[in-house]
Design a protein. Structure first.
Length: 167
């Protein structure tokens, strides 16, 4: 999923200012909930992704999550846990988990920015791009397990098949 990149600027004291630049450049629906939180929505091929960024100045950490617009019913949660484990083994950054309160599947990652190093537009763009690519790749296996009754191994097989050649 290619998205617009805001132009680099001097590093901002609050990383959410950089996030807001990217969100605006992509014309995504968003809400700056506070100085320390931004929520945005991005349309994917199978669902809407809910992005949430939180700046934790006391820890100098930018937390990011991207939730699927899908809730796992209670009776399918046990089948999701092995799938989460299998997917997370393949993740170079971040991880997927199941939010226990409402059954939402989400990607999560944090950037540690200790020492006042700030964050660049490119870093935030790459974080969002990688997360959305992984969400798009792994959304179908979650659907196959939740609604299709497939085993985690069967569902994941569909996501790891790479198309070879050209059409």
């Amino acid at each position: 999923m290619a998205h617009a990149v805001a132009h680099s600027a001097p590093l901002a004291a609050n990383p959410l200012d950089v996030v807001e630049q990217i969100v605006l450049a992509n014309d995504w629906l968003f809400d700056r909930l506070s100085d320390d939180e931004i929520a945005a929505e991005v349309a994917g091929s199978g669902c809407v992704y809910h992005l949430w960024f939180a700046w934790r100045p006391e820890r100098e950490m930018l937390h990011f999550s991207c939730a699927f617009d899908v809730k796992v019913p209670d009776n399918r949660r046990e089948a999701i846990y092995p799938l989460l484990s299998m997917i997370n083994e393949r993740m170079p950054i971040g991880h997927f988990n199941l939010w226990s309160d409402d059954g939402m599947v989400m990607f999560r990652e944090s950037l540690l920015l200790r020492g006042g190093i700030g964050v660049s537009v490119e870093q935030v763009h790459d974080l969002i791009e990688l997360a959305l690519d992984d969400c798009e790749r792994y959304f179908p296996p979650f659907q196959f397990v939740i609604w299709g009754g497939k085993t985690p191994a069967e569902a994941l097989q569909a996501a790891i098949l790479d198309t070879e050649g050209e059409a």
